[in-house]
Ligand binder design. Structure first.
Ligand code: NDP
Ligand code: 8X3
Length: 248
């Protein structure tokens, strides 16, 4: 199987790439930081193809897909994972550039990749698109403003893709994780303030990037006649109760 993962240089994308290669699948690992992808390629070997891609540079995407080497050209699974949150300030105190970057990456990048890959899946009548949504797309919270808005878009886009794909064997899932420690997500969100990022995950048993890698692998290996439409997962310590976390 050939799996294209955006955001393969860290976090969930990296965890999934490691699992897929261990199972003998080919992975097209896309991200901006080539040094991280190359380090991963050294560990994973020739089943892992590092590809420099900035998903927010949407005009570049069709050519990158067209230029994939023959062995990697047919994409069986697209994991639209690249994404970011920037800031936790309330809307009236945010930076407009941060808002625009989240829209460019989480929305425009995701739809551009989908647009480039989906027609070939439909033509083959087989394929699977997994989008990384978030609980932030389901539940409002303080400081979630545009990040949550982008993930709500991803959820509804995923469901609408399902509607458009009626009669085909192409599957679509929106995976909606809650709090996950050990990735770069909060380091990016707090603009590199690693102490603040670490505090988010203090004193409770969290999910990890490996947990999400396992769930993604489970989805990819699920029977071809089953479509998981949406899958929301949280650590037990996190609940809908204002999304508060029960710290010990
Ligand atoms: P990380 O920050 O650890 O990884 C994000 C990945 O996305 C990196 O590989 C980064 O690579 C890549 N990326 C970011 N911007 C771009 C871009 N413009 N073009 C290409 N690649 C890009 O985050 P996580 O693994 O934690 O999160 C992955 C996804 O899951 C995101 O969409 C996030 O919103 C979502 N999510 C995360 C949760 C969490 O708590 N961690 C919970 C719910 C959802 P590089 O910088 O090299 O380009
Ligand atoms: C990331 C999870 O709770 O920080 O999407 O929004 S949360």
């Amino acid at each position: 199987m050939n799996v294209l993962i955006t955001g393969a240089s860290a976090g969930f994308g990296k965890a999934l790439a490691e699992r897929l290669v261990a199972k003998g699948h080919r992975v097209i690992g896309c991200a901006r930081r080539i040094e991280k992808l190359n380090a991963l390629a050294e560990n994973l070997g020739e089943l892992f193809l590092p590809v420099v891609m900035d998903v927010s540079d949407t005009a570049s995407i069709p050519q990158i897909i067209a230029d994939l080497p023959d062995d990697f050209k047919e994409i069986d699974v697209l994991v639209n994972n690249a994404g970011l949150a920037l800031g936790t300030e309330p809307a009236q105190k945010t930076n407009l550039d941060d808002w625009m970057r989240m829209v460019d990456t989480n929305i425009k990048g995701l739809i551009a990749l989908t647009h480039a890959v989906l027609p070939a899946m439909v033509a083959r009548d087989s394929g699977y698109i997994i989008n990384l949504g978030s609980i932030a797309g389901n539940w409002p919270y303080y400081g979630g403003n545009v990040y949550g808005g982008t993930k709500a878009f991803v959820k509804q886009f995923s469901l609408n893709l399902r509607a458009d794909l009626v009669g085909t064997q192409v599957r679509v899932t929106n995976l909606e994780p809650g709090s996950v420690a050990g990735t770069e997500f909060s380091n990016v969100r707090y603009h590199g303030d690693d102490n603040k990022a670490a505090e988010v995950y203090d004193c409770f048993k969290n999910m990890t990037g490996d947990d999400i890698g396992d769930i993604l692998l489970w989805l990819i290996e699920s029977p071809a006649h089953i479509n998981v439409n949406r899958l929301e997962v949280m650590p037990v310590a996190q609940t809908y109760n204002g999304l508060t976390i029960a710290k010990q």
